[in-house]
Write a protein that binds this ligand. Structure first.
Ligand SMILES: Nc1nc2c(c(=O)[nH]1)N[C@H]1C(S)=C(S)[C@@H](COP(=O)(O)OP(=O)(O)OC[C@H]3O[C@@H](n4cnc5c(N)ncnc54)[C@H](O)[C@@H]3O)O[C@H]1N2
Ligand code: MOO
Length: 402
């Protein structure tokens, strides 16, 4: 396993044969950000009746240009009477159109004289009318299976009177970190120690990708303790994620532990940052096989590899196509760089400039420099053994989506 593996090959190995987690039924108000396990079919036409898009006057378009007596007043929520030709109805936004009317003139364009309305000369049929079923037709697919329930999707469900939905349960992830030098915020720093930045960062990313972080622990920097903690973590979770301890030093026990108590599928990628990433599996006492992702300890390596690997892994477990890959966009580089044998995933901010999108690289792209991830809009992907000059086009992976 000395060859560097491609990101593509590693991702394919990671999600191969991953089965989606089970479905559960949840009230809609608890289902935000969850992924639909089944498609939802519309029960109702939306809007359920023809209605007015404006506060104004409803009439038949052939009565345009006349002075029309105002013969009824239709508020939202009321049931209109049929409208005779040569008359009009005062109507409000969202109120049902009366039978016999086919258009609405907004009140700003109408002169009211006594109990009659002078309407403009030309009013096309359908003017300011929202037709029954124009948004959603009953029987049509309202939302597809695999759709993440964002704000608009939740509104769409409510517009149908839907109160509960079948969604994937959140995949349970055990999050471990290695390194005796790593301590938690709240404790004073002794010489040589650093705070655990990867734990809250990875926890937040995992939750954002749809996971429940069900178990969090630190692994001791020894072989036996590392094996015991990995085995315990696997019992609690669908996926075990660790950070640190996957490189080549004799203090790096994680990869070796996986080789003893589980199986190592792949190690070392042509990826900068993130080279020593390790992928494998662990067996549990109840006969389950749990995926293992060993992220490198350098904070930036963990951050980048989480976007590249943990997000699509959650996509496979949740059967959610949007999580399978990051949105791509082409940008003009505002930087120069040269790569060696690894593909470089550079943290960039994006700006709109004449001629399109420009990518600005953070000045220090070191894998320990976490400030290069704060405020990053995208990862600019620079292939191995290549050179980028300002103005060259680079492919960027957008980090602002779910
Ligand atoms: N001789 C070699 N040394 C290294 C190689 C190599 O190929 N040959 N690879 C380097 C690369 S690339 C990376 S990336 C790192 C990854 O190593 P590990 O995954 O074993 O990570 P650690 O050694 O445990 O830690 C690396 C670095 O990150 C800090 N760290 C670790 N965990 C956390 C945490 N939870 N929060 C904040 N910071 C953390 C740790 O203190 C180290 O500074 O290996 C290179 N070495
Ligand atoms: O792969 Mo390491 O992440 O370059 O520092």
């Amino acid at each position: 396993m000395s060859e560097l593996q491609s990101v593509e090959a590693a991702l394919a190995a990671l999600i191969k044969d991953v089965s989606p987690v089970e479905a559960e039924t949840l009230p809609c108000e608890q289902a935000g950000r969850r992924v639909l396990a089944e498609e939802v079919i519309a029960r109702l036409d939306v809007p359920p009746f023809d209605n007015s898009a404006m506060d104004g006057y409803a009439l038949h378009h052939e009565d345009a240009g006349k002075r029309l007596p105002i013969v009824q007043r239709i508020a939202a929520g009321s049931e209109p009477r049929p409208l005779s030709r040569g008359t009009c109805a005062r109507i409000f936004t969202g109120a049902p159109l009366p039978p016999g009317a086919d258009c609405v003139v907004m009140q700003e364009k109408v002169e009211v004289v006594d109990d009659a309305a002078d309407v403009p000369l030309q009013v096309p049929a359908d003017n300011n009318v929202r037709h029954r079923g124009s948004d959603v037709a009953a029987g049509a697919v309202l939302l597809e299976a695999g759709q993440r329930l964002d704000a608009a999707a939740l509104g769409h469900l409510a517009s149908q009177g839907v109160m509960e939905v079948s969604v994937r349960r959140r995949p349970r992830v055990a999050l471990l970190n290695s390194g005796d030098e790593i301590i938690e915020p709240g404790q004073p720093l002794a010489a040589g120690q650093i705070y655990n930045s990867n734990r809250p960062m990875l926890k937040d990313l995992l939750q954002r990708f749809g996971a429940e972080v069900s178990f969090i622990a630190s692994m001791p920097d020894d072989a036996e303790g590392t094996r015991a903690m990995l085995a315990l973590a696997a019992e609690q979770a669908d996926v075990v994620v660790s950070t640190g301890g996957v490189s080549v030093g004799e203090e790096d026990h994680v990869k070796a532990a996986i080789e003893v108590i589980g199986r190592l599928d792949l190690w070392r990628l042509a990826l900068k940052p993130g080279k020593p990433l390790a992928l494998g599996r662990l067996d549990t006492s109840d006969g389950r096989e749990v995926r293992f992702v060993g992220l490198p300890g350098n904070p930036v390596s963990s951050f980048v590899a989480a976007w590249l690997f943990l997000r699509p892994l959650m996509g496979a477990l949740l059967a959610c196509p949007n999580l399978a890959s990051l949105p791509k966009l082409a940008a003009k580089a505002a930087f120069s760089t040269r790569t060696g044998p690894r593909w470089h995933y550079m943290r960039v901010t994006l700006s709109m400039e004449q001629g399109g999108i420009t990518a600005h690289a953070f000045a220090d792209q070191g894998s320990g420099v976490l400030s290069s991830c704060v405020g990053a809009d995208a990862l600019a992907v620079v292939p191995a053994d290549s050179q980028i000059e300002p103005g060259d086009t680079v492919e960027c992976l957008w980090l602002r989506s779910d």
